[in-house]
Design a protein around this ligand. Sequence first.
Ligand SMILES: Cc1cc2nc3c(=O)[nH]c(=O)nc-3n(C[C@H](O)[C@H](O)[C@H](O)COP(=O)(O)OP(=O)(O)OC[C@H]3O[C@@H](n4cnc5c(N)ncnc54)[C@H](O)[C@@H]3O)c2cc1C
Length: 485
Amino acid sequence: MTYDRSSATEYDGWEEVGNPGWGFDTFEGMMNRAENFTSFNTKWYGNDEDGINFDGPVRGTINRFIPAHQKPWVPTLNSLGIKTNKAYMGGNPLGVMYSPSSIDPTHYNRSYSANAYIPLAGRNLAIMTGTTVAKINLKRDSHGYYASGVMLTNGTVINANLEVILSAGSFLSPGLLEMSGIGNKTILAAANIKQLIDLPGVGENLQDHIRIQTSYQVKPNFTSFDILRYNTTYAAEQLQLWIDGTYSIYDYTGSAYSFMTWKQAIGNDSTLRALAKAALGSSKHAADTKKLEWLSDQSIPQLEIIMSDGYTGVKGYPAVGTPLYGKGFFSLLAAVMHPLSRGTVHINVTNPLGKPIIDPNYLSNDYDLQAAISATKKCRQIATTAPLSGVWDSEYEPGLDKVNTDAEWKDFVLSTTLTIYHPVGTCAMLPKKDGGVVDPKLVVYGTRNLRVVDASIMPVLISAHLQTAVYGIAEIAADIIIGNS
Ligand SMILES: Cc1cc2nc3c(=O)[nH]c(=O)nc-3n(C[C@H](O)[C@H](O)[C@H](O)COP(=O)(O)OP(=O)(O)OC[C@H]3O[C@@H](n4cnc5c(N)ncnc54)[C@H](O)[C@@H]3O)c2cc1C
């Protein structure tokens, strides 16, 4: 439920790679349209000059529940040179902050498209739950291919009067195009699907944020979120408070965030920049060239570190019966904002209607690996800096006595790196010659009325969690479609 935005320069970058009308000037307004912001804490945000809005459908809130051991977060980052940023939704996210969550403060549930937008829809919206689309039906006339409708997995055909909008997400939209005969000839041939439109960019260009974390056992005088794992009486009481709409630990969402450049995080960033240059070689791909450019731009975050309450690492919460069972922890989650690895997602050619084959290609170059190592070391530096150093007794993962040398950090990163679930780029909005799948009107190349509207169209991964951008993309699409119809 992290609700944030990247730097203005990154949205501008989407425009610069061949998409007129997609820069921050437009996109900020589109993200604002979706947003209805409430802050209980007027010290954090509170006026629309900060790049926030108060009358859209999706609720954003600075959480009212902040654990006591999280209070040192802002002063600790401040003492490491990271300035407090109270307006980080406005195109400059660098700094340390309490981030909003997409929470509806009237009942402390998640606010999202299903409960925010659908109630606003007209009576002509029909939703078919539990229904899976097998493919888009394409027909050809003298003007070329057009989408005549979709076929469900049970064989039912639904006809389209005007157009078909594909929003199956970064992992499933490419496969639906492939099932429909749009994509790379070799993949379609292997799956026995007749190629109708040659579009080799489908399912390529997969980018994602990688996440690595360290964890700390809090001093006994602090109550961490882990209490819900081992104290069922407390958990039941708190759940009832939440159901009753009263202040409760169940209100908790991650709120302690920070975004920094490599210079801010590690000082001299020349090694990382050299590794990035070497990793990309002579690539002219838009995602590569933009990421390289952004590495030298001191307005763009390269590292995010979140203080996440409760244990959220890889080793696992201590097992029942072990000495640490019943103890509380927090974790510092680091996310590399612009990893250079690009992967793929395609249909499984031996079972095209089954799960897709995802190859995220994580840590496939020395920049990504070194960035992950630097990110994890930064987590420890933050944890061992006052006043945060005063709230914990021991580093549970990886352990102060276990990981110290470069080789140990490398092993730790290689065995514990996760995703933070931000896949983009697999139906990229780029010129066709550059590997694009959709044009700036989100129309799939080679068709005139098939659009993709989801995270897969983002051509370059941005330094933010994705939901606000997905709402912005949907708002732009709505304008384009209404303008067309
Ligand atoms: C675990 C997790 C945590 C996340 N946390 C955050 C966060 O805190 N903050 C944030 O900003 N972002 C977060 N994200 C990212 C964010 O949720 C996604 O970027 C966003 O949902 C992408 O939207 P989308 O419309 O592209 O795809 P989706 O939200 O994936 O929507 C695609 C929809 O298409 C449906 N679909 C797919 N194939 C078919 C088919 N063949 N027939 C019918 N329906 C189909 C799917 O069921 C799904 O409902 C998180 C993601 C994950 C997975």
